[in-house]
Design a protein around this ligand. Structure first.
Ligand SMILES: Cc1cc2nc3c(=O)[nH]c(=O)nc-3n(C[C@H](O)[C@H](O)[C@H](O)COP(=O)(O)OP(=O)(O)OC[C@H]3O[C@@H](n4cnc5c(N)ncnc54)[C@H](O)[C@@H]3O)c2cc1C
Length: 461
């Protein structure tokens, strides 16, 4: 017989999971295998009212609070040691609003949930490139998609949100209601409340798109990266591309000599007529002699899930990304040098091309901040064994520290923050001129900093 009474949350209709519950271990697990936190309470919510009750319970019991959307944050901010997790994994409904051409997405949905509803209709909103990633975390800190240069970041498509505030009020944030909160949610992360529903703008897309994917020999890395940079600068907005160093998968479909081989790749999406995309990407397919060219017209919905198997839950991940305003040869040389020294063959080093529709939004129109970082350099260490943690983390930090030197604004991408080590100075630097306005809005909506498991904005005053 247990001597402790089960945890009860007043006014809560969902499931309360505490240590000893048969579902506890599965419920406390997040995507990154490096994270092993043991929360005191996991509150699986079924409504915005449940979310309010869970927040009230955490506050009255003095429990640190974490919010779980898709659980994919690399830093493991979806959970918290000895605290309360507001778990939204039961809130995944997606509803189309054809009259406004928007989609309403509950706060625990993944991008697969969204694409499943919108893609068959030839509609899409800019989301992540791995379908198992949560909408919420991604959408609140930016959102870099395969269609980014055509339709901007996810935040640029956030029409409205239903938000549960720290004091339990449930409000709607849009251009007309709580406009300051609407501004803050577009880049300010989970600092302001729990979003239980997102309304996102839809764009006509597909169902077919042209997908670029070319693998070149690693020995040509500098030439391919430089050639890609020169070819895509000034490209039409329909073309969003990235260049990277990675390893080919060990699968029977590949010739034996290519399996597991490290290579330099160029990939991307043409958001428009696939035939035009084929023509527009030809130059990118002959930057050197390819090892493989998998470029083809593909179903957009299926393509959105194609990368899922490469990022399985439970491996060890430590990622950091910085925006660069330009991509000088020295940054390319550093990228090649560090990539060759990566301790783990699973590791991905990727430079994403931005600009286009992203850069046309003024810096002060959303909380996100500076938009002139046309290139995002992301160092994504991926490995298997805990004993290799120190080496992989040190390698990532060493590379990242050098990469930051090529950036004028030194702006990180807060969705790839490594472990939760970004202190106040990094957060201030990241939001730049928008930081003080964010701190004032934080003081209005979350004066006691209840929502702090994130790149944290301290309330003004
Ligand atoms: C495999 C993989 C692929 C990725 N691909 C992309 C990509 O293509 N583009 C891109 O931009 N990013 C990408 N990311 C990064 C991704 O945006 C972040 O990891 C993001 O935090 C994931 O959101 P989530 O809801 O799954 O995270 P969670 O870990 O559940 O949440 C992260 C944080 O977001 C906040 N949060 C979550 N839900 C809510 C809510 N409902 N209301 C308020 N705050 C909330 C909380 O602060 C929480 O700590 C990728 C990550 C992974 C692991």
């Amino acid at each position: 017989m247990s001597l402790t009474a089960p945890t009860q949350i007043a006014g809560f209709a969902g499931e309360v999971i505490t240590p000893g519950h048969p579902a506890y271990d599965a419920a406390r697990t997040v995507w990154n295998g490096m994270i092993d936190a043991r929360p005191a309470v996991i509150a699986r919510c079924t409504s915005a009212t449940d979310v309010a009750a869970a927040i009230a319970h955490a506050r009255s019991e003095g429990l640190p609070l974490a919010v779980r959307g898709g659980g994919h944050n690399v830093a493991g901010t979806a959970t918290v040691e000895d605290g309360l997790v507001v778990d939204l994994s039961r809130l995944r409904h997606v509803r189309l609003d054809p009259s406004h051409r928007t989609v309403h997405v509950q706060g625990g949905a993944t991008w697969a949930d969204v694409d499943r509803v919108t893609a068959p209709l030839g509609l899409a909103t800019p989301g992540g490139v791995v379908s198992e990633t949560g909408v919420a975390g991604l959408a609140l800190s930016g959102g870099v998609s395969a269609q980014r240069r055509a339709h901007g970041m996810t935040i640029d498509n956030l029409v409205s949100a239903e938000v549960v505030l720290a004091d339990g009020r449930i409000v709607r944030a849009s251009a007309d209601e709580h406009a300051d909160l609407h501004w803050a949610l577009r880049g300010g992360g989970g600092n302001f409340g729990v979003v239980t529903s997102f309304e996102l703008r839809l764009h006509p897309l597909g169902p077919d798109v042209f997908k670029l994917h070319v693998a070149y020999p690693l020995v040509d890395a500098a030439r391919v990266l430089g050639g890609w940079r020169d070819a895509v600068a000034g490209a039409p907005d329909a073309l969003s591309t990235e260049a990277f160093v990675w390893a080919l998968p060990v699968i029977p479909e590949l010739p034996e000599h290519l399996r597991g081989l490290r290579y330099v790749g160029v990939s991307g999406q043409w958001t428009g007529d696939p035939e035009e995309g084929e023509a527009a990407t030809r130059a990118l397919r002959s930057l050197a002699t390819p090892l493989l060219d998998l470029s083809a017209t593909a179903d957009y919905g299926q393509a959105q899930a194609a990368l899922d198997p490469f990022f399985p839950a439970g491996l060890r991940y430590y990622w950091k990304a910085v925006y660069l305003e330009t991509l000088p040869d020295a940054a390319i040389a550093a990228t090649v040098r560090h990539s060759l020294e990566a301790p783990s063959p699973r590791t991905l080093v990727i430079i994403r091309h931005g600009g286009g529709a992203i850069a046309r939004v003024p810096d002060d129109a959303t909380a996100f901040g500076a938009r002139d970082g046309e290139w995002m350099l992301s160092v994504d260490a991926i490995w298997d064994a805990p004993e290799d943690d120190a080496e992989n983390v040190a390698w990532t930090r060493g590379f990242y520290d050098e990469a930051v030197g090529f950036s004028a604004h030194r702006r990180p991408y807060f969705n790839f923050p490594g472990l939760l080590e970004e202190g106040d100075a990094a957060v201030r630097a990241g939001f730049g001129a928008n930081h003080d306005r964010l701190a004032r809005i934080k003081a209005v909506y979350d004066p006691e900093n209840t929502f702090r498991r994130n790149p944290n904005i301290l309330p003004a005053g």
